[in-house]
Write a protein of this length. Sequence first.
Length: 388
Amino acid sequence: MQAVKAVKQNYRPTEEILSLLEDFRCMVNDCVRIGLKENLTSMKSLSMKAYHQLSAYDAPTYYRLTAISRAAGILRNYRKELKRNRSARVPYVTRLSLTDCYGFRVIHRLVRLPVRKGEYVFIVLNDHTLRTMSGRTPRSLTLTANGLSICLSKETAEIEPVGAIGIDRNLDNVTTADSDGSILRHDLGRATEVKARSRETKRHFKRNDVRIRRVVYGKYGRIQRNRVAWLLHNVSASIVKRAKEKRFGIVMENIEGIRRLYRKGNGQGTTYRARLNSWSFYELQRQIEYKARWEGVPVSYVAARGTSVNCSICGSRTTKYPNGRRTLHCPRCDISIDRDVNAARNILAKGGVRFTPDGPPEVCTEAMKGNETTTPILRVDGGKVTPG
Ligand SMILES: [Zn+2]
């Protein structure tokens, strides 16, 4: 299995690099224009039409292919957007960003990029980039006006899991249930807080000036994204690390279902929905998935249905305690169980891990291979589950 990962760093562009970036931007826009005129979106048909026209630029021919490929992607997105919105804006690239797969070389601490035939520019790589790159094959390089990102790949062998970790996301935490019985809660209250504060600031912004509003919104958006990203990276890294150490697979809820669960009109109110969506479970899943793939840890998804209300021991419907305690009561087993722990255990169970009375949990490794089991296999003895 091929696993990919990107490493990013900042750099100061020279005049030469800026002019190469500008050329690349124009090349992409030329291809987009050609594609729109001739109604082309495939890489192949676009190459046939555009490749020779791009010879007007004196940038090396490597860049023609990546410019065409970038344009093909933009055209595909535009076509998709048109289906939803008839008046979608005609795409035009304004941001400086270049991708290269064929021309660059990494030489010691430097990355060498061709700018014209036989002429090169060099960018110094920092220690972090070099450390991350060691022993990996650099696949492609993306350059913007101030950042450099190198995409790396390696061949990984997927581990044969001996257990699994079920992950449940909540308003302010992520709860994990391991098939060896351990429960962990990662606090994400700060991510929710950061976002709530930004929402407040935006709401109180009264001046009716589009330009100033854009600046203010942009600033809060940036601060918020950076803080939340940092928190999510820590959580995803620690979950994947634990999975690798225990040789466990990872089971998560299918995100498609989640958004639908919290859609408008189910009585939860906009603030609740905003808060729940705010720290971006999708981003956490994305991080867990690529980090897991990089380490050879298998990931599978299960339907979210019933995971939060059904008892993780017998599968029957639980009742809530009044006055909003985060505890559920199962009338059949006559036990109280923490809501988040219950949900995480249900996800784990749907992923094919069952608890057996008193013995160690059995694992059906078949179900870990990505296909989801729709009927929960729940055979946990009351003694194995302690209320959280
Ligand atoms: Zn029960």
